[in-house]
Design a protein around this ligand. Structure first.
Ligand SMILES: [Zn+2]
Length: 205
């Protein structure tokens, strides 16, 4: 069993499956987050970890586990090479504004870089399983990637023009991206993520 990162909606089955005999695998950074969050000593932790990646030879296929960053600092993607199937973890919310967990090491720039790496790993025949949203293809990942890039640039332009967060939220994003809003990440929330991320990147550049 592979944890693509530490969030509860992706690790809630750990205890059940480990009791059933599963071996828990995750990046070392995800294990650090799981350890910090573990409610009790009984909560199972990954027993096999990696820093950059690892191959698993399993079910007559080779799985390539790649350690990435951006949603958190402990993201992984899993590529089933023979089957040509990619599970992106939460580095891809298909057709939705993504959640960037800046309290746990996430950031917009690294999210985009990780998506670029995923795009370079796959082709038009690859079946892409996002962390949230319907099953996808490479073109869907590209569409969400482009949305993030364009909305990030729009918010940065607003900041350069001297607009406040409230001003930019009032102005809103391009209508083409209206459909990316969902219950967890509204347009206002996504603009807020981009706004603070942009100010933070300016400080560190
Ligand atoms: Zn998540």
């Amino acid at each position: 069993m592979i944890n693509t990162h530490h969030h509860g909606d992706h690790t809630g089955g750990n205890e059940f499956f480990v009791k059933e005999g599963a071996t828990l695998i995750a990046s070392e950074a995800a294990r650090v987050r799981l350890l910090a969050r573990a409610p009790s000593e009984a909560s199972p932790l990954p027993v096999i970890t990696y820093n950059e990646g690892v191959h698993l030879y399993f079910n007559n296929d080779r799985l390539s586990l790649v350690a990435l960053e951006g949603h958190t600092d402990g993201d992984s993607a899993v590529f089933f090479e023979g089957a040509n199937v990619l599970h992106t973890g939460d580095l891809f919310f298909n057709g939705r504004f993504p959640y960037i967990d800046t309290d746990n090491g996430g950031g917009v720039g690294r999210y985009l870089s990780s998506q670029e790496e995923l795009l370079s790993m796959i082709n038009d025949d690859t079946l892409v399983i996002p962390g949230h949203g319907p099953i996808a293809r490479r073109t869907d990942l590209m569409a969400t990637h482009t949305m993030i890039r364009n909305t990030r640039d729009a918010v940065a332009q607003g900041i350069s023009a001297g607009l406040s967060l409230a001003d930019i939220q009032k102005q809103g994003l391009d209508d083409a991206y209206e459909s990316f809003a969902w219950a967890f990440i509204s347009e206002a929330k996504w603009i807020e993520t981009l706004y603070w991320d942009s100010l933070k990147s300016d400080e560190t550049d």
